[in-house]
Ligand binder design. Sequence first.
Ligand code: GSF
Length: 208
Amino acid sequence: MKLIGSLTSPYVRKVRIVMAEKKLEYQFALEDVWANDDIVALNPLGKVPCLVMEGGDAITGALFDSRVIVEYVDTLSPVGKLIPERGRERAEVRVWEALGDGLLDAAILARLEQTWVGRSAEQRSAAWIDRQMDKVSASLKSMNQSLGEKLWCAGSHFSLADISLGCAVSYLDFRFPAIDWRGEQPNLARHFDKLAARQSFIDTAPPN
Ligand code: GSF
């Protein structure tokens, strides 16, 4: 398998952590989707991560987005099951993932509004940025509340829910260091410190 992505994308990181936790072998190919549009041949949305499966062509062999990829790779090995098989437990983990990804979607939209070179200073909207950052704040609050004193986000062990939370809050440290989410969300801070000590998180931390 070949995973196409970047070292800075939090969605790519989610997939890399899942691969590492499941001890799956794969090739990691770096691609800068902002510098060229080669990825479009595999993913018409022009985004990473994209997973190219062995023996497939561009249509049948390329998987996107990160949620589809992690769901697929979790089925490849019984080692460290990260998504429960069925029922409420499965839905609970998937909602955590949707919340983590949703926080990221909003934060990235806000960042692009602030920094994307295709937009002039007059075109940037402070109201739009505020709208997205309100979603980030509400998501952090909700994560903190749902986590409470629990050891893990969902159920009684480490799962994709924890990975999603970890990738989301870590992205804020990376791109929005001014946000003091730790001060406001102590449960989240405690849980993230535990996650950040895992080898899979250490090995995939975004570059300084
Ligand atoms: C989001 C992927 C994404 O936005 C997923 O895979 O979970 N829902 C998708 N990737 C960004 C890189 S990053 O900001 O993490 C991307 O490839 N953006 C290029 C573009 O043109 O939007």
